[in-house]
Design a protein around this ligand. Structure first.
Ligand SMILES: C[S@@+](CC[C@H](N)C(=O)[O-])C[C@H]1O[C@@H](n2cnc3c(N)ncnc32)[C@H](O)[C@@H]1O
Length: 268
C-alpha cells in the first residue's frame, strides 16, 4: 500500500484521535516493553511512551516510519511486516490501533507473530475495523464502479466479526479478556470532499486500475451515492464499526501444537 503520508496525517487525524481510549485499555506501566504494530506516523506510539513504557513502533511502510522518526526522534521505530516480524526479546504487550484490518494476507500469521513476540501472560490489545465497517462507503464505491463499467473495486481490508476474531485469537494461544463490536460514526473532520477524499486516502489500491480521466467523475458519483447516508448538515460522517479487544498470551505449554503427525507416532 502506498500511503499519502501528508494527507493521511493532516486530513485524517481522526484515525489517531479515536485511538486515544485504547491506551487506557492497554494501560502501559512504566518500564514495560511494548510494541505498537502498524504504528503509522507514531501518534499512538507516543501516547504509549508518555505512560513511561519503552515502546517500539513497527510499520510495513518505510515512508510512515520515516515520518514517525522525524516527528518523535526520541522513540524507536522499525520497518517490518506484521506477518513476519520477529523480536530479539520477549515483550510485555503488543498494541495496534486501526492497522490490523490492513494486514490481509494472513490474519493468523499476524496473531502467531504477536504470540511469539510476547512473554507468557503478555497482552495483545487492539482496535480494528469490524464486520460491517464502512458498509455505506463500500456500497457507494461498488455501485459507482459498476455505473462506470469498471470491475469490482479492489478493497484492501479485512473486517472480521467478533466471533471470527475471538476464535482466531483463541486458536492462536490467547485468552480473550474483552471483545467489543460497536458502531463508531466518525466525523470526517478535515476531508471536505467527503467520501471521495476517504476513497483517495484509504482505497488508493482501488483507484490504481481506474483510467485517470475517470477518477474525478467516478469519485463524484461515489459522493452522490454515499451522501444520503453519510452527509449531515454539519459535514460528512464515516460509518465506522470497530472491533476492540484485549487478550492475554496463555502460559507456555498451552499454545497450539504445530500441524502434522504427532512425533510419538500417535501413542496417547
Ligand atoms: C490507518 S494506519 C494506522 C496507523 C496508526 N496505528 C494510527 O493509529 O494512526 C494503518 C497502518 O498499518 C500499516 N500496515 C498495513 N499493513 C501492514 C503490515 N502488514 N505490517 C505492518 N504494518 C502494516 C500501514 O502502513 C499504516 O501505517
Amino acid at each position: 500500500m502506498n500511503w499519502a503520508v501528508t494527507t493521511y496525517d493532516s486530513a485524517f487525524g481522526y484515525v489517531s484521535a479515536h485511538g486515544a481510549p485504547l491506551v487506557d485499555l492497554l494501560d502501559p506501566q512504566p518500564g514495560e516493553k511494548i510494541i505498537d504494530l502498524g504504528c503509522g506516523t507514531g501518534t499512538f506510539t507516543a501516547e504509549i511512551a508518555e505512560r513511561g513504557a519503552e515502546v517500539l513502533g513497527i510499520d510495513a511502510a518505510p515512508e510512515m516510519i520515516a515520518q514517525a522518526t522525524a516527528l518523535y526522534p526520541g522513540l524507536s521505530f522499525a520497518v517490518g511486516d506484521a506477518h513476519t516480524f520477529t523480536t530479539a526479546m520477549p515483550y510485555d504487550a503488543v498494541a495496534s490501533n486501526a492497522a490490523l484490518h490492513w494486514m490481509t494476507r494472513d490474519p493468523d500469521s499476524v496473531i502467531a507473530q504477536v504470540h511469539a513476540a510476547l512473554r507468557p501472560g503478555g497482552r495483545f490489545v487492539g482496535e480494528l475495523g469490524g464486520a460491517g465497517n464502512c458498509a455505506e462507503l463500500i456500497v457507494a464505491m461498488q455501485t459507482a464502479w459498476r455505473v462506470f463499467g469498471l470491475g469490482e473495486p479492489d478493497l484492501p481490508w479485512y473486517f472480521p466479526s467478533p466471533a471470527e476474531y475471538a476464535t482466531r485469537l483463541e486458536d492462536g494461544g490467547f485468552t480473550v479478556r474483552l471483545l467489543e463490536h460497536a458502531d463508531r460514526p466518525t466525523r470526517m473532520v478535515e476531508g471536505p470532499d467527503g467520501a471521495a477524499d476517504w476513497v483517495r486516502v484509504y482505497a488508493r489500491s482501488a483507484l490504481a486500475d481506474v483510467p485517470p480521466e475517470l477518477v474525478d467523475p467516478l469519485l463524484e458519483r461515489v459522493n452522490e451515492l454515499a451522501a444520503p447516508a453519510l452527509r449531515r448538515e454539519s459535514g460528512w460522517v464515516a460509518d465506522y464499526v470497530r472491533l476492540r479487544f484485549a487478550a492475554v498470551r496463555k502460559p507456555d505449554g498451552t499454545a497450539p501444537m504445530p500441524e502434522g503427525p504427532p512425533l510419538n507416532g500417535g501413542a496417547p
